[in-house]
Design a binder for this molecule. Structure first.
Ligand SMILES: Cc1ncc(COP(=O)(O)O)c(C=O)c1O
Length: 448
């Protein structure tokens, strides 16, 4: 591809993308297609000879097969939104290429990662005892933390029954036994139960979650750390860590300074496009002790001056993920980011108030962050009939194509879970959602 072709196709793609973003509000959140429909449209083999037309001939095809995470009606999982500045940053990072194995292999991105993650640390109110390391996902960060814990002491990994599945997976991959700790009614780890379970045998690590995936419950980190002072404490704040940009949210992770590692995903909710997760560790030397490698082909004269990023995690090379956090923070400013997060928190409060104002709805957990969980349970319905109704409500909303909710269960029963935080969602869109909820409940009621 000659430079002129790159220029003209690149400019056209940027225009196309901007148009797609402008149009996504009118689209279905999630395409109405079946698995395999898309693949059937593709030639089965690579072309033998160079093809005419643009390099990205699949743009329209991809768009038809996209679930729009920044659609105004996206309320599934947790937000993983992508600010346009983040897209530009990824383009530049990819265009300049390079891999930050060592300072020498990528000076700017090595320095930027350390610099930007330090600024992020300050922005979310962590002390200077922490060093941030960019990874792809919280799953990788948690696995890395468990490997660190294992290097200190072998034993079980303990986490609440509401912890994300990545914790059990991390323990499995680290070859550590995993025990679940019961959660209280609102989904937070029960510290007394933790004490009983910890007493049964050696503990390698305890993982607390700030903002569990189903209900955004908050484990009491300070009490957990105090209860088991000898264990490695990892805090999974994948989503909620971003809320710590708001000083009023910081009480949610009281005690976090007593932990050994924390994972926060700027790719959740902050607008930094997937993927950028940050693993904060206190003991960089412990990380180097298990991650450092020293073959002659990676040695450089600068290694004593700048810690090679390859020694701070599992991968050798790493792409420049920090640039997109820098770009988003620059364009929005911390004030802009805080305003957006606060607006989402306010919208979630509106959703919770909507449920509370209707006697047949039960809000199941405090809406401390941007997610609300509720169950429609009129007094005259059996639990089983209410189960079917809650499934039907979510299915009906999703069928419209204007909304997308994740079908989840809480304590074994289907519920309605609404996560707020897509970039395009406005207050008016929340009104549309709440009206749609009322209409759907009215329809479901007539079915019984
Ligand atoms: C609390 C929590 N931890 C970890 C994860 C895993 O995130 P990732 O996709 O970055 O591995 C999630 C994903 O939603 C999550 O909700």
């Amino acid at each position: 591809m000659d430079p002129q072709r790159f220029r003209s196709e690149g400019h056209a793609l940027i225009d196309w993308l901007a148009d797609e973003w402008a149009a996504r509000r009118q689209r279905r959140v999630c395409p109405d297609i079946a698995p395999g429909d898309l693949t059937r449209e593709l030639p089965s083999e690579f072309p033998e000879s160079p093809q005419p037309g643009p390099a990205i001939d699949l743009a329209e095809w991809l768009s038809r097969g996209t679930t729009w995470w920044d659609h105004p009606g996206f309320h599934a999982w947790f937000p993983a939104n992508t600010h346009p500045a983040s897209v530009l940053a990824d383009l530049v990072a990819a265009g300049l290429g390079g891999q930050a194995m060592t300072w020498h292999s990528a000076p700017a991105s090595t320095e930027l990662e350390a610099h930007v993650l330090n600024a992020f640390r300050v922005a979310i109110g962590l002390s200077d005892a922490w060093t941030g390391i960019a990874t792809d996902t919280a799953s990788t960060g948690t696995l890395t933390a468990l490997l660190l814990a294992r290097s200190r002491a072998r034993g079980r990994v303990l986490a609440s029954e509401e912890a994300h599945s990545s914790v059990a997976k991390g323990a499995r991959l680290a070859d550590l036994p995993f025990d679940l700790v019961p959660a209280d009614a609102d989904g937070a780890m029960n510290v007394e139960a933790l004490g009983r379970i910890a007493a049964v045998g050696p503990v390698s690590a305890i993982v607390s979650t700030i903002g569990t995936t189903t209900t955004t419950a908050i484990d009491p980190v300070a009490a957990i750390v105090a209860s088991q002072p000898d264990a490695w404490h990892h805090v999974d704040a994948a989503l909620a860590g971003n809320a710590m940009l708001l000083p009023e949210c910081r009480t949610l992770w009281d005690g976090v300074e007593g932990a050994d590692s924390i994972v926060v995903n700027p790719h959740k909710w902050l607008g930094v496009g997937f993927d950028l997760s940050v693993l904060f560790v206190r003991d960089v030397e412990a990380m180097r002790a298990i991650m450092a490698t020293d073959p002659s082909y990676l040695r450089t004269p600068f290694d004593a001056l700048v810690t090679p990023r390859k020694d701070l995690g599992i991968p050798l090379g790493r792409r420049n993920r920090a640039l997109k956090l820098w770009a988003v923070a620059r364009v929005e400013g911390l004030a802009g980011l805080r305003a957006r997060l606060r607006a989402d928190l306010h919208r979630a409060t509106r959703v919770a108030d909507h449920f509370r104002a209707r006697p047949d709805w039960r809000v199941l957990a405090p809406a401390r962050l941007q997610t609300v969980v509720a169950r429609w349970q009129p007094a005259h319905l059996s639990d089983a009939a209410a189960d079917r109704a809650n499934l039907a409500i979510v299915a009906a909303l999703n069928r419209t194509g204007r909304h997308l909710l994740t079908q989840v269960s809480w304590r074994g029963r289907p519920i309605v879970r609404i996560s707020v935080g897509a970039l395009d969602t406005t207050d008016d869109d929340i009104s549309v959602l709440l009206d749609a909820l009322d209409d759907t409940v009215a329809e479901v009621s007539t079915l019984r």
